[in-house]
Design a protein around this ligand. Structure first.
Ligand code: SF4
Length: 405
């Protein structure tokens, strides 16, 4: 039977059926033990402290659950993904193993858009898709299963309201990140809608300088061409601004950017008229905030070093690494495979996109290591890293709590 591009936004009521499979693929008894024992595990010469909040957020939990429920509901159908369902390599690999086909060619998939038809299923990822991509998906006639996180939908609602009310949407995010592209596309639901994406405070200050007349508009227009709506005109489009953000940005920076834009507009138009020129809603998701607050708290009495576990393209994982790097030696690794030996670790330093190998990273003697993981990292990955640390410290396996993973 053809689905004609119908969109399903709820699961299939198979949560109980898929729960044991999810647990088998992503849980870790060792990490559960840490959660049960105040986020601290101790062995002779090695203490592992885990941040109070880490790993799968509610949006990722739900997306993976839907993916597994979809597989269970349609065991004989082809199920396609436009790309990663979340930014974690092991999760996407697992989906490929259970038959998901990746239209971006990742996971060794040779699936093509022309192959997708009305008898198939297409999964929308947790960070959503742009309006244009959604239309393309609909045109295949496949059944669409939408795993877009509710917190992302909440941002879209605000962006659409800004556009309706004639405000340019200023997004704190990475312009080429899937979620930000999807969010920005919502500003264009109105013919006159416009958006501009700023990555950080430095870029926001340039926008403030243009609002305040300290920088000319033309250079900003050229420099931000890829990060703004077609035909973006700083003179016309920086008069009424509504703030939004990619849900996984550094929440403190999002607030600073909103404050900086508000001040610039206040200076230009006056406090009494600010409501006509500036709007902001806090749209950083609570899961992102909690994970960031947990490492800020940990850094008040820091361990000797931090391991941050999560995909290198995972925005929220990268921000956790940035916070910790300010205080202690920090290594962001995508998985246990990056821990090459007791003397070598491959990792992505904060604020970079390059991988480097660091030597002599693991101090000898009594050691306290801190661990956290991004919102798309399964507990299983965290458990694997802890086991590797034990192995490298040559700890007697008998002292290791019994493991299932
Ligand atoms: S990080 Fe936040 S917005 Fe993104 S999927 Fe998780 S809960 Fe949703």
């Amino acid at each position: 039977m053809s689905a004609n591009g119908k969109i399903l936004r709820k699961g299939f009521g198979l949560r109980k059926q898929v729960a044991p499979l999810l647990s088998r693929d992503f849980d870790s008894s060792l990490v559960q033990r840490a959660r049960d024992s105040g986020s601290r595990l101790e062995w002779p010469t090695l203490t592992v402290r885990i941040a109070k909040e880490f790993g799968f957020c509610y949006g990722v939990d739900r997306a993976i659950d839907y993916a597994y429920e979809t597989r269970a509901r349609f065991p004989n159908k082809r199920i396609f993904l436009t790309g990663e369902v979340i930014h974690n390599p092991s999760v996407n690999r697992r989906l490929a193993e259970i038959g998901f086909l990746f239209l971006d060619g990742s996971q060794g998939s040779d699936a093509r858009w022309e192959d997708v038809g009305p008898l198939d299923v297409l999964l929308i990822p947790a960070f959503g898709v742009s309006i244009k991509l959604l239309e393309r998906m609909r045109q295949t006639g496949a059944l669409l299963v939408d795993t877009t996180c509710g917190s992302v939908l909440n941002v879209w609602k605000n962006v659409e309201r800004f556009a309706r009310d004639g405000f340019t949407c200023l997004i704190h995010g990475k312009w080429n990140h899937e979620e930000t592209r999807a969010t920005a596309s919502r500003a264009l639901v109105q013919p006159e809608g416009s958006y501009l994406v700023v990555r950080n405070m430095e870029q926001a200050e340039r926008v403030c300088a243009v609002i305040g007349g300290r920088e000319g508009p033309e250079k900003l227009r050229i420099d931000f061409e890829s990060a703004s709506s077609p035909g973006f005109d700083p003179v016309r489009d920086l008069v009424r601004i509504g703030m939004a953000n990619q849900t996984t940005m550094l929440s403190s920076e999002s607030l600073e950017i909103a404050d900086c834009i508000r001040k610039a507009l206040t200076l230009r138009y006056g406090e009494e008229r600010i409501l006509d020129h500036f709007r902001a809603f806090d749209t950083i998701c609570s899961a992102t905030e909690e994970r960031q607050s947990a490492v800020v708290e940990m850094m008040k009495s820091p361990p000797q070093l931090m391991l941050i576990i999560g995909g290198y393209n995972s925005s929220n994982t990268g921000h956790l690494a940035e916070i910790c790097t300010e205080t202690v030696p920090t290594f962001h690794v995508k998985s246990v495979d990056e821990i090459l030996s007791a003397t070598e670790i491959r990792h992505q330093p904060a604020w970079t996109t390059e991988l480097v190998t660091t030597k002599d990273w693991l101090p000898s003697g009594d050691l306290e290591i801190g661990i956290t993981a991004g919102a798309s990292t399964p507990d299983r990955e965290v458990g694997a890293v802890i086991r590797k640390l034990l192995e490298l410290r040559g700890l007697d396996p008998e002292t290791i709590p019994p493991l299932k993973d």
